[in-house]
Design a protein around this ligand. Structure first.
Ligand SMILES: [Zn+2]
Length: 417
């Protein structure tokens, strides 16, 4: 029997979760803050009601285990938000996961199979980006967790203690049990809407590098110092910035994106030659090798710009996220589900990082995207048409069912349909 979701039930859940941390038309649930904690307690109840053995673990992950299953598809996303965030980023994926579990319980699953649910902690990086999924996969050591702090310098350990979760046993990815991970998410960009297609099938999550470039010169009087004798760090940084943008425009592929998101001059007075200038330049592409080539070229540009202005410089890679290909079988399960439901879908890459990027390094993973109105996200303006939300949950549920059926000896069933 084909799984059937209850559209009203899932929309009602989404609206209820939206009330926790509501801010204007969006929500704000910063990791481990009071509203994030309330949302996780609320999810714990939903997971339990759906028949799962559920708990909140030592890093704040809400994890629900399908009883008596030997093999399970892991389904979920995150429930924390950025400051002044939207109501669907992450929330859609966890609420959809609950509905998938309920609907599959109603229709029945193959013997020994099941669905485990998860809402990962601090995906948005209040303390550390994709914290919950990284801990879940065992990809981070205790020392790194000891060092993690928010922007105010507050240690992660203190926030976990205050939430009452410190010291709890951690939920872990179990490669024997978890044979696939599926995440429904809003696109957070304008491509699906522009194409008029309701479902995006994610084929890869792109790689990302962020470089901090620092130029050091000398502060001098802006009126009395001859141009030939200046060591103007600001001029070096701006020259570097302009050439870097040109280089990326010339050598970037169709999917390459980049920006200089921050730039600062010191001491920052109109009548002082800048002694220091720093900027953050970020670039993303499906091809990690391409990003390595850019890094090399950018390092040469920084050296040249520094030298031209008599400045020393340093260049540091502050973020290096390796992207990941989504698993072909999960991609196929999503595509087939959309086809079966008579819903148009298109393959696409994700320019944003997600928990699936972490999980996908360990087990087969895939993502389903639904359109974001006007491409808006990471803002209270974020929204998606109800019809598209429901279609997304429907495609996810059917894809998970296909994955559950595929791993038991029911290949004959697949062949006969
Ligand atoms: Zn998200």
């Amino acid at each position: 029997m084909t799984v059937e979701i209850d559209a009203d039930r899932v929309l009602a859940d989404l609206r209820e979760l939206r009330r926790i941390g509501a801010l204007e038309s969006g929500v704000q649930r910063l990791a481990f803050g009071p509203d994030d904690r309330r949302a996780r307690e609320w999810l714990l109840e939903r997971f339990t009601e759906a028949g799962l053995e559920a708990r909140i673990d030592g890093v704040g992950n809400v994890f629900g285990r399908w009883p008596r299953a030997r093999r399970a598809v892991l389904v979920g996303s995150h429930s924390d938000t950025v400051p002044r965030g939207g109501w669907l980023d992450g929330a859609l994926g966890v609420v959809a996961a609950v509905e998938v579990a309920r609907a599959l319980r109603e229709v029945g699953v193959p013997d020994g199979a099941g669905v485990d649910l998860v809402s990962f902690a601090d995906e948005e990086g209040t303390f550390r980006g994709t914290l919950g999924s990284t801990v879940f996969c065992g990809d981070i050591g205790d020392a790194e967790l000891d060092d993690a702090r928010d922007a105010t310098g507050r240690p992660l350990r203190d926030a976990l203690a205050e939430a009452g979760w410190a010291g709890r046993e951690l939920a872990r990815l179990d490669a024997e049990r978890h044979h696939a991970f599926a995440e429904l998410h809003i696109e957070q960009g304008p491509r699906l809407e522009a194409a008029g297609v309701p479902i995006g099938v994610v084929t890869a999550i792109v790689s990302m590098r962020r470089l901090a470039v620092d130029f050091h010169g000398r502060a001098d009087h802006a009126g009395t110092t001859p141009m030939s004798m200046r060591r103007d760090a600001g001029a070096a940084a701006i020259r570097f910035a302009a050439r870097a943008l040109d280089l990326l425009a010339q050598r970037g592929g169709p999917d390459t994106v980049w920006n200089i998101g921050h730039m600062a001059l010191e001491p920052g007075a109109g009548n002082v030659v800048p002694s220091r200038a720093m900027l953050l330049i970020e670039h993303r592409d499906v091809s990690d090798e391409r990003l390595s080539e850019f890094d090399e070229a950018l390092a040469q540009l920084a050296a040249a710009a520094g030298a031209e202005h008599g400045c020393t410089h340093s260049l540091r890679e502050v973020v290096h996220l390796a992207g990941v290909e989504m698993d072909p079988d999960v991609v196929e399960a999503v595509q087939a589900s959309a086809r079966e439901l008579g819903v148009q879908s298109m393959p696409m890459t994700s320019g944003a990082g997600h928990d699936a990027m972490i999980i996908g390094r360990h087990i087969p993973a895939g993502m389903v995207f639904v359109p974001s109105i006007d491409g808006r996200s990471h803002d209270v303006a974020e929204d998606t048409r109800e019809e598209d939300l429901v279609t997304g949950v429907r495609v996810l549920a059917r894809a998970v069912q296909r994955l559950l059926n595929a791993e038991t000896p029911v290949k004959a069933v697949g062949a006969s349909t």
